[in-house]
Design a protein around this ligand. Structure first.
Ligand code: UD1
Ligand code: UDP
Length: 364
């Protein structure tokens, strides 16, 4: 009998986490992967481009839940996914990351007694003002298998009383996505395409509510970015939440008028990673980008008070930067030598292999 495994994708960073596992499962004779898209992200540049870049097929099922308040979005996925699982229960569910769809699908599945594995388990920022922290804690509490990226994650789970048999350290799945596409990323030359000097520019991404949802926080950051841009040309693919807020707070024109900070639409994965790979530094509040820059040993200035990936600080190239010190941090990095750290253990492009081996042990 062929086992059916649901892989849940919902928002931009999920596609990179699902794709390496999907491709491995698709080659196995004991399993049929079913790609479920909850529709949390739906703009072509937040969704379709990633399916294309990562060689994923059109989702088998799209729940088309879309945007809404936390309760609306989470409840929408919960109801829609429960229906899918009732109609045709899978043998296993794999959820990834920490978005609203992650906890919603884990909850729907567990109430139906379906086995759930959480990929990228155990990360904690210890900041419950972050919606993702709540999603992480609840998803880990529910999931049967907890696939972790780093020893800190194992320790967090043990402290929360999780039995050792549920914890499997498999490494960082984002690295698998990068390795899968390394040749295409290398061939892309996105910086040259945008007229940016090789290794003479920085990349910016911002979308955390704590940074972009109030006029005070966002206008302060806009000023700091303009200051940083005078020291190093910056390219800033703007997340839809952030674009909306820039418009709402009347900040978009000010930022767009500067020749030092070049704004663009959100970029596809291959183009974006090509830009990051040949950049001098990255300024971000993204979870995924902190890990990717550690892997590529590119200095990362993270505009947050905390991180759920402390290993990128202790071993990698990441550093937490209060907004008011951004320009100084950029100058310091440019003056060098920048701390580029080392690549953590098991961030080796073989994470999906470990996850699939685990699933084979249960399902084959
Ligand atoms: C979500 C995740 C966050 C993740 C991020 C990745 C939660 C709570 N948040 O944040 O953890 O880091 O995705 O990018 O799950 N919008 C569009 N087009 C889209 C999608 C969203 O215009 O395709 C706009 C909508 O106005 C929406 C807003 O962006 O209300 C926010 O989208 P949402 O999915 O709720 O949260 P993100 O900020 O994207
Ligand atoms: N990313 C991308 N294009 C962009 C910005 C980000 O392909 O314009 C990729 C990035 O490489 C990383 C992932 O999207 O793999 C991170 O997504 P995001 O920052 O939206 O979410 P987070 O990781 O913070 O949850």
């Amino acid at each position: 009998m062929t086992a059916v495994v649901h892989l849940i994708a919902a928002a931009r960073p999920n596609f990179m986490k699902v794709a390496p596992v999907y491709h491995r499962l698709a080659r196995a004779d004991w399993c049929r992967p079913v790609l479920i898209h909850t529709g949390q992200h739906y703009d072509p540049e937040m969704s379709d481009v990633f399916l294309r870049d990562l060689g994923l097929p059109a989702p088998d099922i799209n729940l088309e839940v879309g945007s809404g308040s936390h309760a609306e979005q989470t409840a929408g996925v919960l109801v829609a996914y429960e229906r899918v699982c009732r109609d045709a229960p899978p043998d296993h569910v794999v959820v990834v990351g920490d978005v609203n769809s992650t906890i919603a699908c884990a909850l729907a599945a567990k109430k139906l007694w379906l086995p759930v594995g959480h990929l990228e388990a155990g990360l904690r920022s210890w900041d419950r003002r972050m919606p993702e922290e709540i999603n992480r804690v609840l998803t880990d509490a529910l999931s049967d298998l907890l696939w972790t990226p780093s020893p800190d994650a194992d320790g967090n789970l043990r402290r929360e009383g999780v039995e050792d048999r549920r914890i499997r350290r498999v490494g960082n799945i984002m690295i698998d996505a990068f390795e899968l596409l390394r040749p295409r990323i290398a061939a892309e030359a996105a910086a040259a395409g945008l007229g940016l000097p090789e290794a003479g520019y920085g990349v910016v991404t911002l979308h955390r509510p704590s940074n972009v949802d109030t006029p005070e926080a966002l206008s302060g950051l806009v000023d700091r970015l303009l200051g940083a841009g005078r020291r190093l040309p910056l390219v800033f693919p703007v997340h839809p939440r952030t674009r909306q807020r820039l418009q709402q707070f009347g900040l978009l024109e000010k930022l767009a008028a500067s020749g030092d900070v070049r704004l663009s639409e959100p970029l596809g994965y291959v183009r974006f990673m090509s830009l990051v790979q040949s950049s001098r530094l990255v300024i971000t509040d993204s979870g995924g980008v902190q890990g990717e820059t550690t892997y590529l040993r590119i200095p990362c200035l993270t505009l947050r008070e905390n991180t759920e990936q402390p290993i990128t600080l202790s071993e990698g190239s990441n550093r937490l930067v209060p907004p008011e010190t951004l320009e100084a941090a950029v100058e310091e990095t440019l003056a060098g030598p920048a701390r580029i750290g080392r690549v953590p253990d098991l961030w080796d492009g073989r994470t999906a292999e470990r996850v699939v081996e685990d699933l084979r042990g249960i399902l084959a």
